[in-house]
Design a protein around this ligand. Structure first.
Ligand code: ADP
Length: 178
């Protein structure tokens, strides 16, 4: 566990659909109609009520975020955000990934959500290099804390031991001075 300006930051290894926290973030696609990876897992675990709400929302541009309830999952809300598809890094992918994290936090704040868990957005099917993606994730979260505040707990959910160790390395470097 790390602390930044009174906000608790932690890394959790495992399945985000099982986390009992106010909001979990979904790495969705522009249609919001479900997909592979974490998106598929969230719709499966949450049940059809999430898809019904997503249909009403009608899609989400890359870098923005939308919210639904969590259906049958232990969390209360799902914040659906869309990360960029990684091509070669020269197409604004970094800014779009940053926006996906930042806008998810903004939406959380609007809903008075204090605790949120993020998967590693865009690093699965969308192919974003994990090292860069986790740096962007941490930067967006710390910038948000600096500029906007209003959040108390952020969890970075890693789906593998390697992802966990990657986040640990970056957070140790930034917050534990080693
Ligand atoms: P994207 O299309 O944004 O790349 P993916 O779902 O393919 O989204 O992958 C995003 C990240 O989520 C990957 O690092 C993947 O390992 C991870 N992931 C997949 N399933 C889960 C899950 N159930 N809980 C947490 N993370 C998951």
């Amino acid at each position: 566990m790390y602390e930044y300006k009174g906000v608790s930051l932690s890394i959790v290894e495992g399945d985000i659909t099982k986390i009992g926290i106010e909001a979990i973030v979904n790495a969705a696609n522009n249609t919001l109609l479900g997909g592979d990876g974490v998106d598929g897992a969230i719709h499966k675990a949450g049940g059809p009520t999430i898809l019904e709400q997503c249909k009403k929302i009608g899609g989400c541009p890359t870098g923005e975020a939308r919210i639904t309830t969590s259906g049958n999952m232990p969390s209360k809300y799902v914040i659906h955000t869309v990360g960029p598809i990684y091509k070669d890094g020269s197409r604004g992918e970094d800014r779009l990934l940053y926006n996906a994290y930042y806008n998810s936090l903004k939406l959380a704040k609007e809903y008075n959500i204090n605790a949120i868990a993020f998967p590693s957005i865009s690093t699965g099917v969308y192919g974003y290099p994990k090292d860069e993606a986790s740096k962007i994730a941490i930067n967006a979260v710390t910038d948000f804390i600096n500029k906007e505040g209003g959040i108390e707990e952020v969890q970075f959910v890693s789906f593998s031991k390697n992802d966990y160790l990657l986040y640990k390395k970056l957070l140790d470097k930034r917050f534990n001075n080693n």
